[in-house]
Design a protein around this ligand. Structure first.
Ligand code: SF4
Length: 212
């Protein structure tokens, strides 16, 4: 990325922080994924229970290994286990002290818009975990809900490809509104603001292009 593109993402990231703080989230700006990782870890006390939402943004900072090897109780749904056991870990993780996740789009109205396969991440952002830490690149800022939905459909296709789900978009690059078992886009959640439970949401905004 050249310096002008980076500057543009910095501008968008700072705008996103202002929008989110106006909507009562605790939003902070960081310059890159390394700073984002340090910020996340500084927020979580040793001994806390932690759940991770599936995310390319979190993958980019290798957070899985950091949490696995840290002094936390980790609801580790990334183990090689039968699906029914993974679902049970997902269920238990809804009572975690901390959920760390990304979000698929942030609107200029301050909404966090999320598409989910099992619904675990989308639901946990709304209720369950005591604290939610959202890490998001400035590239996910969109004007409104229509643009958010367009964005998350495109992201769903890329995630279907990345995760090798059995769905037609993996081959065609287009959404076919499939009814396959491998359908990735089953649940949408929208967090309208952070006002209801003060200090529950921290949003770490990276002034860069991170994740899809
Ligand atoms: S509905 Fe099916 S085809 Fe469309 S993006 Fe989701 S998984 Fe792909």
């Amino acid at each position: 990325m050249n310096s002008i593109e980076k500057w543009m993402y910095e501008c968008d990231g700072k705008e996103m922080v202002k929008i989110l703080n106006d909507k009562k989230y605790n939003a902070v700006y960081v310059d890159n994924i390394s700073e984002a990782k340090d910020k996340i870890l500084s927020l979580i006390p040793d001994g806390s229970s932690v759940a991770l939402g599936g995310s390319e943004t979190l993958n980019a900072m290798d957070l899985l290994n950091e949490i696995r090897n840290g002094n936390y109780y980790f609801y580790d749904r990334y183990q090689d286990l039968p699906f029914k056991d993974i679902v049970e870990i997902m269920r238990q993780s809804m009572l975690a002290d901390y959920l760390i996740t990304s979000t698929n789009a942030v609107t200029r109205q301050g909404e966090l818009v999320n598409m989910d396969c099992t619904g675990n991440r989308a639901a946990s952002m709304i209720f369950g975990p005591k604290k939610v830490i959202v890490v998001v690149g400035a590239n996910k800022l969109v004007d409104n809900m229509d643009d958010a939905m367009k964005r998350i459909e495109r992201v769903a296709i890329m995630n279907t490809k990345r995760l090798n789900h059995k769905a037609p978009c993996k081959d065609t690059g287009k959404c076919e509104d499939c009814m396959t078992k491998g359908r990735l886009c089953n649940y949408v959640s929208v967090v309208k603001n952070g006002a209801k439970f003060e200090d529950r949401f921290t949003v770490i905004v990276i002034g860069d292009k991170v994740g899809y």
